[in-house]
Design a protein. Structure first.
Length: 322
């Protein structure tokens, strides 16, 4: 079958590992289903995989793509939950020590067909297109958990999103606005800040800018480049929810500020199947459609990877099947 995959780990030149070609069509074992992929979205995680981060060398070649939407053999339209856990695990799947994300152990969604455990499919809401539904399983689910499970924010409080145009950032802006939070966003260019405003940000700022007042919560995926600003942006007792460190993990911890102002730092990763179901319902109730900046046929996936690597994002990048 047609697939876009990582041939081998390439730590310094990830796109050199990106291969467009043929891979064997997978057969679904007992308890799994075969999904004909209609759309899948690109995540920074796919670039990490090409670099060999979060995946063992023996897992290559690996078909990329952590999330997607498609059709089962009986014609039902589905969205994928890409946290694949131990069948014996009960409770929050993201806390299962044996869980993996699609592409870490099992082949991903940038292909004609993907196989997943039956529990990892949810009905696709009719309100979302396949391309829109394909944004939900990773970036949007991560944003949902950061906002509604981890932050403890109440409507009316102020949130700061570091980064304006990324997949997780745009989801945070759209969801935060719909939930009644005051949404402030930093962005690296005027164009990116304008995008954030168009998606519902109440105010936008240059990266690192002094804010008019301190905020209740900061949402971090950038890491080193924005961390000090995030710590300084918080009210006493405020919270940072972090799910990524795109610019690097080795930030100045600002430990004195942490204890003196009694700040809280909370990690967040992906979300549960139930949280994905609730996210889909929330989007339908609030008529939210994920911001998609670039849609490409899967055969042109390289262009999408190049755009993400260059930081040229304007929301999600989605690959569709003809
Ligand atoms: N833990 C999890 O479950 C989970 C799930 C999803 C994503 N993540 C992580 O979250 C991060 C974002 O993922 P994504 O898919 O949303 O990526 P993306 O679409 O490429 O977005 C990148 C974002 O990072 C910002 N950014 C990058 N470098 C920056 C810098 N030097 N200074 C300021 N801002 C910078 C960009 O801000 P501008 O708009 O201003 O350019 C943009 O908003 C990645 O590290 C990813 O691995 C983690």
């Amino acid at each position: 079958m047609f697939a876009v995959y990582a041939a081998s780990p390439q730590p310094d030149n990830p796109l050199a590992a990106l291969t467009v070609g043929e891979r064997p069509t997978p057969e679904a074992p007992e308890g799994w289903v075969s999904v004909s992929v209609r759309a899948a979205s690109l995540n920074m995680h796919d670039l990490w995989t090409l670099r060999g981060v979060g995946i063992k060398p023996e897992q290559f070649p690996m078909i990329l793509g952590c999330d997607g939407a498609g059709v089962l053999e009986d014609g039902s339209e589905v969205v994928l939950h890409s946290v694949i856990g131990d069948p014996a695990w009960s409770g929050d799947e993201t806390l299962d020590p044996r869980r993996t994300l699609l592409t870490e152990l099992h082949q991903g969604t940038f292909a004609d067909t993907v196989i997943v455990p039956k529990r990892n499919i949810l009905p696709k809401p009719s309100s979302l297109s396949f391309a829109e539904a394909a944004c939900m399983g990773t970036a949007w689910l991560t944003a949902y958990r950061m906002l509604f499970v981890k932050s403890g924010l109440r409507p009316g409080q102020t949130m700061l999103v570091q980064g304006a145009s990324g997949g997780v950032s745009t989801a945070l802006i759209q969801l935060g606005r719909a939930a009644g939070y005051r949404v402030w966003v930093t962005g690296r260019s005027e164009e990116k800040r304008a995008l954030a405003s168009s998606l519902g940000a109440h105010d936008v700022f240059e990266s690192g800018a002094r804010l008019p007042e301190r905020v209740d919560a900061v949402f971090e995926t950038v890491g080193k480049a924005t961390w000090s600003h995030s710590m300084k942006a918080l009210k006493p007792g405020g919270i940072i929810v972090i799910s990524g460190s795109t610019s690097g993990p080795d930030a100045n911890a600002e430990l004195q500020r942490l204890f003196f102002l009694q700040l809280r730092v909370v990690g967040s990763t992906m979300g549960t199947r139930d949280e994905l179901a609730d996210l889909l319902k929330f989007c339908a109730l609030k008529d939210i459609r994920p911001q998609i900046g670039l849609t490409l046929p899967l055969a042109d996936a390289v262009k999408g990877f190049e755009a993400m690597q260059a930081g040229e994002t304007a929301g999600k990048i989605v690959f569709t099947h003809a």
